[in-house]
Design a protein around this ligand. Structure first.
Ligand SMILES: [Zn+2]
Length: 105
């Protein structure tokens, strides 16, 4: 669907770790679990991305904190009625992903 519209996904990153988890090999205090920015830094290295020119769009405070930690502009996607306190304010607040894209284009 994305390629039909001229877009592509270069990579997908995820953190399999949980410091208090029950699977020993993944029970580590890693740098890739948000709000730490390890996944963003890894993507930047692997794809030569300038994070200061990048936009982190997410739906949790941890997403916003990770983006801010590496100098991204940030957009919180927060549907009406689904509010929470933010430790750090996002640059934009959007009601859905399409709204987020419109705000930053
Ligand atoms: Zn991790």
């Amino acid at each position: 669907m994305l390629s039909r519209e001229g877009a592509q996904i270069d990579a997908i990153y995820y953190c399999p770790h949980l410091a208090e988890g029950t699977v020993k090999e993944y029970s580590v205090d890693c740098q890739c679990r948000k709000p730490r920015p390890g996944m963003l830094q890894k993507a930047a290295r692997e794809y030569d991305v300038d994070l200061s020119m990048s936009i982190m769009i997410g739906d949790t405070p941890a997403d916003i904190m990770a983006g801010k930690a590496v100098g991204c502009k940030t957009v919180l996607v927060q549907p009406p009625g689904n509010g929470f306190e933010m430790a750090e304010n996002p640059d934009f607040i959007a009601k859905d992903l399409m709204d987020a894209v419109t705000l930053v284009s």
